[in-house]
Design a protein around this ligand. Sequence first.
Ligand code: VGL
Ligand code: ZN
Length: 207
Amino acid sequence: MNALILVDLQNDFLPGGALAVPRGDEVIEIANRLMPRFDIVAATQDCHPPDHLSFAREHAGKSVGDSIDLDGLPQVLWPVHCVAKTLGCEFPTRLQSALITKVFPKGTDRRRDSYSGFYDNGGIVATGLADYLQRVGVQDVYVMGLATDYCVRATAIDAAKLGLTTYLIEDGCRGVDLSPGDCDRAISEMEEAGVRRANSNEMPAVA
Ligand code: VGL
Ligand code: ZN
């Protein structure tokens, strides 16, 4: 069994959104084209409380883009984004979300951020995605979405660490590049973790 993992395809990460990823909207059509070809489509959803500690406004004197220590972990501070039950948290209407098999919210605990769709940034609290993929018998996962240098990177690396055969659909991702080169570095780090690079028009034979 194979699964397509759609990472954080949410309004706030698209142009016009609170944490817009440049050209993030371009991957929606790729997701729509690929979803029908997979056994399982799992979607992660960044889903924060309004006072989440990854938001710069929760930290006096800090600005968006600053890095702090949050319970012993390095934490980049972001604008308020993907607040649960707001439009910014939702999937864009253009995404054929009826084809998603199961959604995995993350970042719901005020005190911890969760870039990976599998675990929080401390590697402690599971979202249920790993158990789910194992239960339905998925061995191969194809990861795409937003953003290459944060949530895609963390999700793909965790998938590979879990022993899943993991492909990064490179043209199905867009990144933030807070510092120039972040996306290229993220791709190298994914490769070092055993993630294989792929493209949406050269998918290995799928269902
Ligand atoms: C993300 C920053 C903060 C992502 C989520 O989806 O890559 N990045 N929250
Ligand atoms: Zn977030």
